[in-house]
Design a protein around this ligand. Sequence first.
Ligand code: SF4
Ligand code: SF4
Length: 145
Amino acid sequence: MIGSRNPSAPHPCTAHRCTACCHDTTLGLLDEDIRRLLDLGHDRFWVAGEPGAIRLRTTGGRCVFLGPAGCTVYYDRPDGCLLYPAVYFVEEDEVGFDTFCPWSAEFAITPGLSLRVLRGIWLEDRQILLRRALGRRHGGPVGGR
Ligand code: SF4
Ligand code: SF4
């Protein structure tokens, strides 16, 4: 998990009871996210994105996992949710915090965070390409099951 700038303070998401990034999300899912959530018995939590991409499903603009008290899969949430608001800025070629998050200034870079963000991007890109290739080979749809 990303650290708070003040380690003795509650995590910014819980401190502010914020769920801003759980609305209108198009977060890409890694195969490991899908496997973990399927193993826990969840289903139909994804939608097909652009060819090869699999994204978190929303209903009425809310992530399907968002409950009245917050994320219902908090400890098993997708990697991208766990890392957000840390994102990779292409032009700057660096990892930083997305200012869409109203509390982005309260997050701190922790050891390994940049590597984890870059790993997620690398994995997602490759999994998208692989799903496209498999979809073409089998003549089936790509980006979903
Ligand atoms: S990461 Fe930011 S936008 Fe998302 S829930 Fe936490 S504080 Fe809110
Ligand atoms: S999985 Fe949880 S943390 Fe991620 S967008 Fe959905 S409700 Fe928010």
